[in-house]
Design a protein around this ligand. Structure first.
Ligand code: HEC
Length: 141
């Protein structure tokens, strides 16, 4: 009986941990949307891209550690993560690595103050957001 209670408590704690990591990655992604809007405002205005480096570093911080925010068992709950994240782990990690590479290109362009190159790299980054969501993010449920 005592063992039964311990098992229930452990299962509940596991679910709580999964929900924490889900909240963390969803908040992180929401922040990515805000960073992208801010970058677009500058490229649209053909403004100074150099201060954008700080925003791009914030983005790099999330994507560098993204796979760790999708541990096994975090595919259920308040999440749109698709099972493919775990069944095609190599593909998911490759997609994330592409994002990190493209953010490196964006960072270099922004640091150089090159508006045209920043605009082009921004487009590539945006396309990878869409590509990953198409494959690994499901409808709201
Ligand atoms: C490697 C895959 C991947 C990449 C790259 C990626 N996303 Fe996501 N994104 C996801 C997944 C998976 C979810 C669903 C997370 C969940 O619900 O647990 C998500 C969710 C989101 C959400 C919804 C957050 C919420 O719950 O309200 C936003 C906004 C978002 N992403 C923005 C972006 C932006 C902007 C980019 C590009 C800069 C991007 N994402 C790149 C996989 C990715």
């Amino acid at each position: 009986m005592v063992t039964g209670i311990a098992v229930v408590l452990c299962a509940t704690a596991g679910a709580a941990v999964a929900q924490d990591v889900i909240t963390q990655r969803r908040d992180g992604m929401k922040n990515m949307g805000r960073q992208m809007e801010a970058i677009k405002a500058v490229t649209d205005a053909r403004g100074d891209t150099r201060p954008l480096v700080e925003r791009i570093d914030t983005m790099l911080a999330l994507y560098t550690g993204l796979p760790a925010l999708f541990p096994a068992g975090s595919g259920t709950g308040e999440t749109r993560a698709l099972p493919a994240i775990w069944s095609d782990r190599a593909g998911f990690e490759q997609m994330d690595a592409t994002m990190v590479t493209q953010l490196g290109v964006l960072r270099a362009a922004a640091a150089a103050g090159d508006v045209a190159a920043t605009t082009a790299a921004y487009g590539q980054v945006g396309a990878t957001c869409v590509a990953c969501h198409r494959t690994y993010r499901g409808p709201a449920r």
